[in-house]
Design a protein around this ligand. Structure first.
Ligand code: GLU
Ligand code: ZN
Length: 289
């Protein structure tokens, strides 16, 4: 078994991260497997070296050891580019020049007063820039690139996709999770795989990295359960194996609110400065040894 913890160095690790890291670490160690670390720093406008260092310090203080050096996404932009070129050559990508306001206007217009559909990646893209036939020429790098979901599914030629959930989705989903091609087109849609200012999206990077790191078991917050539907399609397109997924609960604060990405009040470093022990943190997140 190979698991991983994949934080973004955009702020201090808080209790929610401690839960995710300990969960992945203990699962691998209990199985005699490996626990890997990945620094998800594709957003170079927000990533900071000092936060990366803090991740190493916090994990070490928590008593967690990872196997081999951490994988840093910013060192791997050429890998994501290769994957993008492959997808482009398959004819399943297209350039998109819409901004958020354009998309909102396009989805709101025909459904005034109605529901605006959102998928795992926010608003379902209304298809404004989707071409009738696959674009030709070299991969454009001056616009965002979207996955043409319909074209992707036609390329793969499967009516349904599935993945194994050994944890639970937000509605308790467990076991073999199946999603139909129609649901992928309607409820996921044409997601962004690269931005103009960012050579890859989280979705593409996570799929390439999980495969390159040989991850057998992905453990992560249940907020990413829906995004897994995007990931299995990308794995299928790129001929990559699908790991087993273990989505876990998200820690909530005393008011029942989900811990935000940057909940500095619950930073591990703060508890540590106040004299807490690693076992206190384990007890607080409910993962005592
Ligand atoms: N980097 C993501 C986060 O900080 C984790 C993504 C994943 O585990 O797939 O929430
Ligand atoms: Zn567009």
């Amino acid at each position: 078994m190979i698991t991983r913890f994949a934080p973004s160095p955009t702020g201090p690790l808080h209790l929610g991260h401690a839960y995710a890291a300990i969960y992945a670490h203990d699962m691998a160690r209990a199985a005699g497997g490996q626990f890997l670390l990945r620094i998800e720093d594709i957003d170079q406008t927000r990533a900071r070296p000092e936060w990366e260092q803090q991740i190493y310090d916090d994990l070490t203080w928590l008593g967690l050891t990872w196997d081999g050096p951490a994988l840093r996404q910013s060192d791997r932009m050429d890998r994501y580019e290769q994957a993008l070129v492959r997808l482009w050559d398959m004819g399943v990508l297209y350039p998109c020049t819409c901004n958020r306001r354009d998309i909102l206007a396009a989805v709101a217009a025909p459904q005034e007063g109605g529901l605006i559909l959102t998928g795992p990646d926010g608003l379902i893209y209304p298809g404004t820039c989707r071409p009738g036939t696959a674009p030709v020429g070299p991969l454009p790098r001056d616009t965002a690139l979207r996955l043409n979901m319909k074209a992707a599914l036609d390329h793969i030629g499967k009516k349904s996709f599935s993945f194994l959930e050994r944890g639970a989705g937000p509605a308790g989903e467990h076991g073999e999770i199946t999603i139909s091609d129609d649901a992928l087109v309607e409820a996921v849609g044409d997601v962004v795989l690269a931005r103009r200012d960012m050579g890859t999206s989280y979705h593409l990077a996570v799929v390439v990295d999980d495969a390159d790191q040989g991850i057998t078991d992905v453990t992560r917050g249940a907020d990413l359960f829906e995004a897994t539907k995007i990931h299995v399609v990308l794995q299928s397109l790129l001929g990559l194996p699908s790991p087993t997924y273990h989505h876990h609960l998200l820690l909530r604060d005393d008011n029942g609110k989900r811990l935000a990405k940057r909940d500095d009040a619950r930073a591990i470093a703060k508890y540590r400065a106040e004299g807490a022990s690693p076992e206190d943190i384990r007890r607080r997140v409910g993962l005592s040894v």
